[in-house]
Design a binder for this molecule. Sequence first.
Ligand SMILES: [Zn+2]
Ligand SMILES: [Zn+2]
Length: 215
Amino acid sequence: MNRDAPATCTCCHSPLWDTEIVAGRYACYRCEDRAVEQLQAIRAMFKRLDTIDGLTKAQNAACGPTGTREAPIPARLAVLAQTGPGGVVAQLQAGIEDSWRAALGWTMIPNRTHRDIDGATTFLINNLPWACERYEEVADDLQAITTIHSRLNSLETGEAGPKKFTVYCDTDQCDGQLRITLWTSRATCSDCGTHYDKAQLAALGTQYDDREAAA
Ligand SMILES: [Zn+2]
Ligand SMILES: [Zn+2]
């Protein structure tokens, strides 16, 4: 056991397993695995969006079934904002990689080119095990990865924001339903007014809902 190890994951707030506590981890293995998947998806989505086809697809998604091809500029700019200079690669490097290098005492590297999504994601995937175990601020970075992931996903699918689903209030006599995403940190039942934090929400009964995210 080293230092004052947290008993819950600093990212998802689930109780840590004994082995995770003994290892002194800040983030649980599930959060680490999810971040790896998200980074791999970010790399794949970036490459698809960073093409003429990707731009066209995002335009069509933004226009919707009744839209015309006359209004593609905002969607095109939204894609370029992610794939161009100052986009995802810069966000991953300046927002995460640089602070990990500093914490590890490693040499800083010059700014990656805005298309170096392979370099940016590979560095993070390779060093995630260290960060989840030893880097106290890792929860912020995992959250940032989730945000970038859902932003690219929205661009590609034309859906707004992370997927919502329904959980059921477990207060006696209450049939209330709460609409949340995987990243909702707290919510209140509108029927009975019970407040739930993230760990309590995770314990409620769930049912995935395939309707389009409303907001
Ligand atoms: Zn976790
Ligand atoms: Zn309720």
